[in-house]
Design a protein around this ligand. Structure first.
Ligand code: AMP
Length: 534
């Protein structure tokens, strides 16, 4: 017996662009190019061009499931490509141009990319990699000055009057590789359905809080973790987008002010640069800016405080490529207005709570079968599950762990009784001293709160008595003097005494990975032969 039914309306990401063009067709998309020029289009324009691109890809024989790669910064032609690639039923593969050649080689060959669309600034990478990329048949350049057919000419032969490829909502739509600190990079294959559900949560107030009045400046690159889902969520909301193809703080600041940007999203390093720019230029953060979403690594407390004092709502988010990437966000609690400013900052400095669709748990670092209490004290390996969390990496064989459904994040965390997640380390970075865990992240957070410290990294170095002891590596701000004893005294106010680093080393630069995170692996190599003074 049938009790009635709802309609068949598959959750495909092309629904976003159809909706944006239909309901918010005139809302603007601005692109600021590397040469200082600008172009303006609309959601209706993006849809028209994406359809032309899908028609073109179909003529080239691109079939559902085929991978279409990009090597590009943030601009509207890249956005067109997102929708054009999925529009033909293909899988959009955004590649991080900052990766090393061997990784670029591995990724494009492993993905079996068939088309590559790139910015002219990355032409040297293309020239270098072309002989090594075996499966790429077509190279298209987003700029007219590049060494391949120009994107606009390429799609100009089509009329934009076609239909999107149809398919199942569980079909793949996007492929992102993780930076992979060890071994080869791993591909995470997002599905239409997972991407739609993720974007719908991304629109809500605890995350990007985006609607048709939002003017969004996404600083997070379109090649990093699906740009946090913004190209999808922004279309669903009909937000105005302001893109910059360069990450220069002066350019970003100018765009923010001129376009009255309300919302921006980026990693802490970018915000550090922007805040420094406002300071040196003697300017205030533009008044229009109301929401800042920051994640990818921990937001320093001083930065949160500074933004909140300027009346900005901070959303400190945790996630990873494997979680599409939304995992948690430091949303306001129900009793927010009763809290002191300091208490509010403390909440924002943690990674926040899970939205609907994400489940979290911590398990014992020594025995993963033991689930730990949410007591705000016991730290363990963080695991996550939900409809937009990876089940199996791209091309990985199905195995027994598939049934388990809990994904191991590689992060170490405590969960507070109210569900707030607090990251304390990476499983590989946590320092083990005399059998007890020391959080390198907490040491670093405390260190960057000290005046004159620009960046800090704590690593465990072999110690004959304690097995490992923390060594703090510090980069000073330009022209600043930092006294080691005063720094240790400052740290003593924030962490247990036995956590205090046994030595502080000042360096000119801390090594970073291709995605801009501190490379603890390189640091550990650098200080492998470190000798503690007796
Ligand atoms: P990726 O997949 O490159 O985005 O890296 C994901 C990893 O970045 C996570 O597993 C965390 O270790 C780290 N991460 C992301 N967001 C945060 C955050 N808000 N605080 C601390 N670490 C973070």
């Amino acid at each position: 017996m049938h009790l009635g039914a709802m309609q068949d309306w598959s959750l495909r990401v092309t629904r976003f662009i159809d909706h944006a063009a239909r309901e918010h067709g005139s809302r603007e998309i601005v692109s600021r190019w590397a040469d200082g020029t600008e172009s303006r289009t609309t959601w209706a324009g993006i849809r028209h061009d994406a359809m032309r691109m899908a028609q073109k890809l179909a003529k080239l024989g691109i079939k559902p499931g085929d991978r279409v790669a990009t090597l590009a910064m943030n601009h509207h032609r890249h956005l067109v490509t997102w929708y054009g690639a999925v529009g033909v039923g293909g899988v959009l593969h955004t590649i991080n141009p900052r990766l090393f050649d061997d990784q670029l080689d591995y990724i494009a060959n492993h993905a079996e990319d068939r088309v590559m669309l790139f910015d002219a600034v990355f032409a040297p990478i293309i020239e270098r990699m072309k002989p090594r990329w075996k499966t790429i048949e077509h190279y298209i350049c987003f700029d007219s000055s590049g060494p391949a057919e120009h994107f606009e000419d390429w799609i100009a032969t089509e009329d934009g009057q076609g239909e999107w490829a149809d398919g199942d909502e569980r079909d793949p739509c996007m492929l992102c590789y993780t930076s992979g600190t060890t071994g080869n990079p791993k591909g995470v294959l997002y599905e239409h359905r997972s991407t739609v559900l993720h974007a719908m949560i991304g629109m809500t107030p605890p995350l990007f809080s985006v609607d048709c009045r939002t003017v969004m400046l996404p600083i997070v690159p379109m090649f990093h973790a699906a740009s946090w889902g913004l190209p999808w969520a922004g279309a669903a909301a009909g937000a105005k987008f302001v893109y910059s193809a360069v990450n220069d703080p002066a350019v970003l600041a100018e765009l923010m002010e001129r376009e009255a940007v309300t919302t921006s999203a980026g990693v802490p390093t970018v915000w550090l640069g922007l805040l420094q720019h406002f300071d040196t230029a003697g300017k205030d953060i533009p008044e229009s800016l109301k929401t800042v979403v920051c994640g990818g690594s921990a937001m320093p407390r001083a930065m949160i405080e500074r933004l909140m004092r300027s009346g900005i709502r901070v959303s400190h988010a945790w996630g990873m490529t494997e979680t599409s990437p939304i995992g948690t966000s430091s949303a306001e609690t129900w009793n927010w207005d009763d809290l002191s400013f300091d208490e509010q900052v403390s909440i924002k400095a943690m990674q926040g709570r899970a939205p609907f669709g994400v489940e979290l748990r911590c398990v014992d670092l020594g025995d993963y079968s033991k689930v730990l209490p949410r007591d705000g004290k016991t730290s363990g390996a963080l695991q996550v599950r939900g409809p937009w969390v990876v089940k199996r990496y791209f091309k990985a064989e199905a195995d027994a762990t598939d049934a388990d459904q809990w994904f191991d994040t590689g992060d170490v965390a405590v969960i507070h009784p109210d569900g707030t997640l607090q990251l304390t380390d990476r499983t590989k970075d946590v320092i083990k001293s005399g059998g007890e865990w020391i959080s390198s992240v907490e040491l670093e957070n405390a260190a960057v709160g000290f005046p004159g410290v620009a960046e800090a990294a704590a690593i465990g170095v072999y110690h004959p008595r304690w097995d490992e002891r923390p060594l703090l590596v510090v980069v000073k701000k330009p022209g600043a003097e930092v006294c080691q004893d005063a720094l240790r005294e400052h740290l003593a106010g924030h962490v247990a005494k036995w956590w205090l680093p046994d030595a502080v080393v000042f360096v000119d630069e801390i090594p970073h990975t291709g995605t801009g995170k501190i490379s603890k692996k390189d640091l550990r190599d650098q200080f492998r032969d470190w000798k503690w003074s007796a």
